[in-house]
Design a protein around this ligand. Structure first.
Ligand code: BES
Ligand code: MN
Ligand code: ZN
Length: 478
């Protein structure tokens, strides 16, 4: 979408954001009748009023403070999603936001909700033209946002759109090699370096985890390395992002039952989409942080040469893994990526992975399960970002006893930890391959939506990206 700051002629579609009925008189040309109509609607607990000015619309949103600032902010985004639906219903092509409320960022938050709700994935629809939303532009009046804020919002929305589209692309298009190509294109557009390791190079590097998962596939794996170096970085050592890039998860020989449990498994590269979208935004906004991102990618299939339950795999780190369930493949490919990250002597490593059904079962679609060895102030910064962006975090413990659950009789560790604590035993497996401050985000429950909900459209959500970008935008600042 296009975002602009302009002094707009009043005779165009406008949204006025007010936080007090006394401010209704700030709506240009509002009549006494309209004022009492608006008051009646708002008093009936509705939050949006439409005034049809015959030729253009005036919308009014009554912003009400909630218990916390985070909840008030989220209410603004949700109001944006409602406005998006109304605009398209009336076939409007643009909307101008005017903030008359005391909350300085209200128009930006509403715009975020409008833009995120306006995402569509129509590539495979023959009637795409007819189905396309009419709304394409959001304007702000001069006092409603700053030029920098608007530019940043435009970039973040662009990054989220790109990530959602990657998730929505099915395996019939998005193989591991295609994913690497898409990331390379994003590097060109955003301004960061992309290096793709092919199968021969992956073999040379002895990435045993990635290669074992790939054995049942007919398509080769890829390992993609992204890097953004700013002119002046706040961090001395790089921050490394890691994203799980399973372009399709059948479970392998430990085949997932179909239907239902396999239906959304094209989204098992949600972590990869999130970190590559984030790299695009980081580079485009020229954030003063040195960031590297790693995406190990393959599909997980039960082909003729597939790895089998009982196999012992030597990982890139040299650690041996007894595979007892080929459906616990994410940790196999991530183990190699986390080991690879060691060479950068990173300040912090952050992984995003659709890793366990257990995380999804525990907190559903309302938050992210996280755990890690990062310092307490880093964890607090993540929590704050999660609250600000309403992509909230629930931290799980990495107690030693969970590590006991992945001890193997014949290898260093095994890739499953039994019936209980599944999200954490997966985390303990990953921890085995780290020697630096690290955070793990299990986005299994949030990366894909079966139905539209507010500003999260159906399909890929990129949920977690705004939390990550908020964290990086505050990084190194007290
Ligand atoms: N990709 C799945 C996790 C998943 C489940 C993501 C549901 C999104 C929605 C992962 O590879 C997986 O299969 N995990 C197994 C691990 C188990 C075999 C130890 C799981 O959670 O059941
Ligand atoms: Mn799996
Ligand atoms: Zn998976």
């Amino acid at each position: 979408m296009e975002f602009k700051i302009q002094q707009k002629a009043t005779k165009k579609h406008q949204l006025y954001i007010i936080d007090d009925l006394g401010k209704l008189n700030q709506v240009a040309g509002i009549t006494t009748e309209e004022t009492s109509y608006a008051k009646a609607v708002f008093n009936a607990e509705q939050t949006q009023v439409t005034l049809n000015r015959y030729g253009y619309f005036n919308f009014i949103y009554l912003l009400k403070s909630k218990k916390t600032e985070a909840q008030t902010n989220e209410a603004c985004r949700k109001a944006g999603a409602e406005l998006q639906a109304i605009c398209n219903k009336h076939k409007l092509d643009e909307i101008t936001l005017t903030n008359c409320s005391a909350q300085a960022n209200a128009a930006l938050l509403v715009a975020e909700g409008v833009a995120l709700a306006n995402y569509q994935f129509l590539k495979y629809r023959t009637e795409a033209k007819k189905l396309t939303n009419t709304l394409t532009r959001i304007f702000f009046t001069k006092d409603s946002a700053t030029v920098k804020e608007v530019a940043q919002l435009e970039t973040i929305v662009d990054a989220i759109y790109r990530a959602r589209t990657l998730v929505n692309e099915p395996l019939s298009y998005l193989t591991a090699e295609q994913l690497a190509k898409e990331i390379a294109a994003m590097g060109k557009a955003g301004g960061f370096k992309v290096t793709i390791l092919n199968k021969a190079r992956i073999e040379k590097e002895k990435m045993g985890g990635l290669l074992s998962v790939n054995r049942g596939s007919i398509d080769p794996p890829t390992f993609t390395i992204m890097e953004y170096v700013p002119k002046k970085a706040l961090n001395k050592k790089p921050i490394v992002l890691v994203g799980k890039g399973v372009v399709y998860d059948t479970g392998g020989l430990s085949l997932k039952p179909t239907p239902n449990s396999m239906d959304r498994m094209k989204s098992d590269m949600g972590g990869a989409a999130l970190v590559s979208g984030a790299m695009y935004a980081i580079a485009k906004m020229q954030l003063p942080v040195h960031v590297i991102a790693l995406v190990p990618a393959t599909d997980n299939r039960p082909g003729e040469n597939a790895y089998v339950p009982g196999d012992v795999i030597t990982m890139m780190s040299g650690a041996t893994v007894e595979v007892l369930n080929t459906d616990a493949e994410g940790r196999m490919i991530l183990g190699d990526a986390l080991h690879w990250a060691k060479q950068y002597k990173p300040e912090l490593v952050i992984d995003f992975a659709t890793l366990t059904g257990a995380a999804s079962a525990a907190v559903g679609e309302h938050g992210i399960v996280c755990m890690g060895t990062a310092a307490e102030d880093t964890k607090q910064a993540f929590r704050d970002s999660g609250n600000r962006q309403y992509e909230r975090l629930v931290e799980y413990p990495l107690w030693d006893e969970y590590g006991d659950q992945i001890k193997s009789d014949i290898a260093d560790i095994k890739n499953v930890g039994g019936a209980t604590g599944g999200a954490i035993t997966a985390g303990k497996f990953l921890e085995h391959f780290t020697n630096y401050p690290w955070m793990h985000f299990d986005i299994a429950g949030v990366s894909f939506a079966m139905a539209k909900k507010g500003y999260n459209t159906v399909g890929g959500t990129a949920y977690g990206m705004r939390m990550l970008l908020d964290f990086l935008m505050h990084y190194g600042k007290a």
